[in-house]
Design a protein around this ligand. Sequence first.
Ligand SMILES: *Cc1c(COP(=O)(O)O)cnc(C)c1O
Length: 371
Amino acid sequence: MKVRYSYLPQQFENPEEILEEIRRHLKTCNFTLGPEVDQFEKSFAQLIGTKFAIGVGSGTDALKLALKAIGIGHGDEVITAANTFIATAGAINELGARPVFVDVTPYYTIDATKIEKAITKKTKAILPVHLTGEAADMTPIMQLASKHDLPVVEDACQAIGAAYDGQNAGTHGAAGGFSLHPLKNLNVWGDAGVIVTNSESMNEKLRLLRNHGLATRDEIHLFGYNSRLDSIQAIVGNWIIRQTKDITARRIHNASIYDEMLGTLRTKVKIAPRRKEARRVFHLYMFEVVEEKDREPLYRYLHENGVDAKIHYPIPLFLQKGLSHLGYKPGDFPETERQAKHIITLPVDQHLTETEIRYCAKTVQNFFERR
Ligand SMILES: *Cc1c(COP(=O)(O)O)cnc(C)c1O
């Protein structure tokens, strides 16, 4: 059996409804912002449960604009997780600020108990990442942030529908950034992102920032960016957002089968603690081999048997050549480094059949049982 990783051909196999909307839209020639974007923003705010949602050009821009709106700029430090996707640190860097990494928990999100030590006079914000769709420990993070009077922006790019203590990812801090990239849980036909916030003033500022600082056609209120949510992507978004609850439920169900089947390999395989305060939406289904030496052979075995497993991510950011000027060295973030050598990701998306999920898990079982 072959189990592919990318489900995009299935996701959009019946595009007629979307194409029909795009054809109608073409006649309006209303290609930037407009009613499709308004509608998507309304639906997104409703989905996440915030007063406002602002459509922007990408998930990276969502983080960058949110940080810009709270005043991050040159020379500032922003604390974030050591094991994230490059875009998190990239958004901080784009503003001339410095990403300051903090090690993570066994459930792949920033370790709240280690944040305080990373705070300096230059620290201006905390940017927790809900990696894999697992909510970071937002209650302790928000307590710490308020103690030090630091704003929080959440990287919820992988976490549409995730929650901590019953409150959705992206809604704990001043703002939350989401990505609609083709590989994310709620995906469109190119790059797009969304920022959510409950603050009226953030909403106003973000709308200026994404559109050159233009308050009206003729009036500029600040230096901004060109980062609007594309109207055509908003049309795709309006089509797919209705499916979000089903997509999420399906992924959670698939993951529960993995948890059960891989749970039998206790001495060989480790599954992150399933904390009851967190609602996981499984953008990624990540697990670990107990013995580092098993990772490469298992990865190869999965591929030889048709399972398109991945590793998110094999080289942590702080050890990447492109970030070497930040001055980090091996050993700085032991848990992040350990995870990078032990993790494997299995396909978990909503289009997989139960047979396919069971086949992937069975292949992992076979790998350990045949030896
Ligand atoms: C995808 C992603 C981003 C960036 O989103 P883009 O839409 O690709 O710019 C940022 N952070 C994390 C954790 C992501 O997974």
